[in-house]
Design a protein around this ligand. Structure first.
Ligand code: FMN
Length: 190
């Protein structure tokens, strides 16, 4: 069975993006998942001088190994001032100093949400443009606007049109996930 990693790109203990990532992972039938929390990978603020002095922290290595061992990722982006949260950017900066691309060519279902009307679409645009340069294969994407209105902890996405659009993207991700990991396996065996 394929296994994915899912997380909210936020260090909030009450992250709405962690909730959305968890919901998406649970909706993905027939695929095993692990929900991770960026708070479990505390890291000092990246700086070249610090890296030279102390090397790359173990938590960056541990995160990178988790990505490597997965078949794909669900990442839900929180938006701070139209951009990545500091926690997510800092983590990717540290991981980018290791060998190889940060996202290791894995298929990614990129999602975002906020309580605003754009649902984190600014950070989504940035991520869609630049994460591929860091080895992300963005297989599907979806932004949920007005989280407070359109999401319920019991029922998930409650607006029918938004739920439909979300499920269509989830199915697309699943197709890519199954196809691409089969290809990777075939290459390994071959
Ligand atoms: C410093 C800061 C900046 C924010 N900037 C934005 C923003 O640019 N766009 C937006 O839609 N929401 C913004 N918000 C609101 C966040 O979307 C909201 O805090 C959301 O809960 C963050 O996701 P999380 O709960 O997964 O951390 C901002 C919040 C903070 C604390």
């Amino acid at each position: 069975m394929r296994k994915i990693i899912a997380f909210g790109a936020s260090n909030s203990q009450h992250s709405i993006n962690k909730q959305l990532a968890t919901y998406a992972a649970n909706e993905l039938e027939g695929v095993a998942h692990e929900i991770i929390d960026l708070n479990d990978f505390p890291l000092p603020l990246y700086g070249i001088d610090l890296q030279k002095a102390t090397g790359i922290p173990e938590n960056a290595v541990a995160f990178s190994k988790l990505i490597e061992a997965s078949d794909g990722l669900i990442i839900s982006l929180a938006e701070h001032n139209s951009n990545y949260t500091v926690a997510f950017k800092n983590l990717t900066d540290w991981v980018s100093r290791l060998e190889g691309p940060v996202w290791k060519g894995k298929p990614v279902f990129l999602i975002s949400t906020s309580n605003g009307k754009r649902g984190g679409m600014n950070v989504m645009e940035i991520a869609r443009k630049y994460m591929p340069f860091a080895g992300a294969r963005i297989a599907a994407h979806f932004s949920l606007p007005e989280f407070k209105i359109h999401f319920s902890p019991e029922a998930g996405i409650i607006n029918p049109e938004l739920r439909e659009a979300f499920l269509q993207q989830l199915t697309q991700f699943k197709e890519v996930l199954l196809t691409e990991s089969t290809e990777i396996e075939a290459t390994r065996i071959g």
